[in-house]
Design a protein around this ligand. Structure first.
Ligand SMILES: Nc1ncnc2c1ncn2[C@@H]1O[C@H](COP(=O)(O)OP(=O)(O)OP(=O)(O)O)[C@@H](O)[C@H]1O
Length: 425
């Protein structure tokens, strides 16, 4: 049985807004899961997968951990790519892992990212790993069960490429909360991405989205984007599988240089900001600062966009009214209707801040609105449907769940066209 711990940290509380299919809520499917080391706490496990090797999966794993670390989250990397471990070098980590009777200590990067990789256990870094599949799979399990990870908000797992025995074991043994599929333009025209998608679906693991690496090359002189591998098919592929595109990374010498010079923590690039937003939203960041924290008069203020008939309205940014619930000591003290102050999410976000709202319960919501609300310390629980009173009561008794499909990254106007979510998925 898996152990997914809930702890308070600067990065956020994880369960109020996570997906209904999250591993910690799927106990019955967790029979084959390994127990986490009892001295460790891991809130979210994110698998970075690819259909085949060499597409930049390790780079995406490392860089996402760097970006989430910059946001103040405790991040870790479990390098499950046992036969091709490349994570420690990107961070300039070379010392051997040490341990005591309680477990193995992970290496810690300059900025505090915890790393466990087979390279930290081998006699020399160039010792080849010539092990049979079950030994490799056993090593990955031990990275989960025996490593003293301490307190981790996001653990990124660099999965072995492909859909073979080892990735299968990883999916079965670790409580993976979501996967990000890394592809190259060439892969997108083949069956390789479908295989990765089908595997995640077969393992009942939510797919957070697709990252296309080596998307294009930017001319250093004129800025022209050259499609080295032909026209990108990432949008069509994402549409086909109803997944968001979480980033398109160009071929960029600064990436190769940062990795080669072991300075990935110094790399600056905007390529994965949508992935960061999705990860942040997934954990309900800043819940303990916003969320159930009451105002100075002891009131908790919950706003729900409604449709004039007390039902949750599907599109946060287009709602013309909000039902405001004032709660004290978990009891309803007042309920009023607020008229929205014009169209568009920016005005609505400002209104929520001004009204000192602690919690927004809504149907569909765009990524920018979500970020705006979170930036104002407002907890957002998207994916709600039906009667607004019932949704607010469910939030108070802890039974309100995020559908996991309602945060829209399409930046278009479509979110909320379908009940409880966005038709861009
Ligand atoms: N967008 C990019 N631009 C330039 N170099 C890149 C880019 N992405 C990755 N690289 C470099 O390409 C090499 C391979 O990347 P990486 O190790 O991340 O691939 P991988 O998919 O994890 O490979 P494997 O499956 O073999 O482990 C690395 O040296 C990395 O620094």
């Amino acid at each position: 049985m898996s152990e997914t711990y809930e702890t308070q940290s600067s990065c956020g509380d994880s369960c109020s807004s996570c997906q209904a299919t999250c591993s910690s809520r799927n106990k019955e499917k967790d029979d084959m899961k390994e127990a986490l080391n009892p001295y460790s706490k891991v809130k979210k496990v994110i698998g970075i997968v690819s259909g085949k090797g060499g597409v930049g999966k390790s780079f995406v794993t490392s860089y996402l951990s760097v970006l989430m670390n910059r946001k103040g989250c405790h991040t870790a990397i479990l390098d499950a790519d046992i036969t091709g471990p490349s994570i420690p070098k990107a961070f300039g980590v070379h010392e051997k892992a040490k341990g005591n009777e309680l477990g193995i200590f992970p290496a810690i990067s300059k900025n505090g990212i915890k790393i466990m990789s087979v390279n930290l256990l081998l006699e020399t870094e160039d010792t080849p790993v010539i092990w049979r599949g079950p030994v490799i799979a056993g090593t990955v399990k031990q990275f989960w069960t025996d490593v003293l990870w301490d307190d981790v908000d996001y653990m990124f797992v660099d999965m072995p490429p492909g859909t073979g025995d080892v990735p299968l074991t990883v999916f079965q043994s670790l409580p993976v909360d979501g996967v990000i599929i890394v592809t190259s333009p060439q892969e997108l025209v083949s069956m390789i991405v479908s295989k990765a998608v089908n595997m995640a679906e077969a393992m009942n693991v939510p797919i957070l989205g697709i990252v296309e690496n080596y998307s294009y090359l930017e001319c250093g002189n004129c800025g022209e984007k050259i499609s080295v591998f032909g026209t990108s098919h990432v949008n069509e592929t994402a549409e086909r599988f109803h997944l968001p595109v979480l980033g398109r990374i160009p071929i960029n010498p600064s990436i190769a240089e940062a990795v080669d010079k072991e300075r990935i923590e110094e790399l600056e690039g905007p390529w994965l900001s949508d992935a960061v937003s999705v990860l942040t939203a997934m954990s309900g960041e800043k819940k303990e600062e916003g969320g159930k924290e009451e105002d100075s008069k002891g009131f908790l203020r919950i706003a729900v966009p409604t449709d004039g008939k007390n039902n949750v309205f599907g599109h946060f940014g287009k709602a013309s009214e909000f039902t405001l619930y004032e709660i004290k000591d978990n009891e309803l003290e007042g309920k009023v209707i607020l008229s929205a102050e014009g169209e568009g999410h920016a005005k609505t976000v400002e209104m929520m801040k001004r009204e000192k709202i602690n919690v927004v319960i809504c149907g569909g919501i765009g990524m920018e609105a979500m970020e705006g609300l979170m930036g104002g310390n407002i907890l957002v629980i998207p994916g709600a449907t039906g009667d607004a009173d019932v949704a607010a009561a469910a939030y108070l008794d802890g039974s309100l769940e995020d559908s996991g499909k309602a945060v829209c990254s399409c930046k278009g106007e479509n979110h909320g066209q379908e009940e409880g979510g966005c038709n861009c998925h």
